[in-house]
Design a protein around this ligand. Structure first.
Ligand code: RP5
Length: 171
């Protein structure tokens, strides 16, 4: 199966990135996680992206905070789709990373998820892989169904709580 690369700009991003890893593992998608920085290890980051396709990666997830150029730099060195996760790691609460990641010039796209949106980044990666993988597509349908059931259950619980509230007030 095609692999997903999960790149983070710093090990301090890992707590958030771990949520993406959890999702990939849940779908049994092979991945490789690395710390590579657009600013601190620019040559290694460029080399990784340049060789990503030949090394069997079909999607790259790139998480970075502050002046978050990682996803864009990786995207500049490959045509493998890059999904950016802006990390909330500075005084600007992640808005800096969001804008740095999402505002790519025409020609070099980065599919940017919300600030700290690691789960969605992984799900989007799984959805991309599922285009050519029927089993993965089925797993995604199951995942959506479970999500639907869980929200329906919460709604039932809410209705119960509200009814109890009304009953207590009526006593
Ligand atoms: C970014 O700067 C990293 O992605 C991280 O979110 C932020 C802070 O990095 P550290 O100083 O914690 O290594 O490049």
């Amino acid at each position: 199966m095609s692999k997903v690369a999960v790149i983070m700009g710093s090990i301090s991003d890992y707590d958030i990135v771990a949520k993406a890893v959890d999702i990939l593992e849940m779908f049994s998608v092979p991945y490789q996680a690395r710390v590579l920085s657009a600013h601190r290890t620019p040559n290694q980051a460029a080399e990784f992206a340049s060789k990503a396709e030949q090394n069997g990666f079909s999607v790259i997830i790139a998480a970075a905070g502050k002046a978050a150029h990682l996803a864009g730099v990786l995207a500049a060195h490959t045509t493998v789709p890059v999904i950016g996760i802006p990390i909330q790691s500075s005084a600007l609460d992640g808005l800096d990373a969001l804008l740095s990641t999402v505002q790519m010039p025409p020609g070099v796209p980065v599919a940017t998820v919300g600030i700290n949106g690691a789960e969605n980044a992984a799900l989007l990666a799984v959805q991309i892989l599922a285009l050519n993988d029927g089993l993965l597509k089925e797993k995604l349908k199951d995942y959506r169904l479970k999500m639907e059931k869980s929200v329906e259950q919460k709604d039932i619980e809410l209705q119960k709580k509200l009814q109890e509230r009304l009953n207590t007030k009526g006593e």
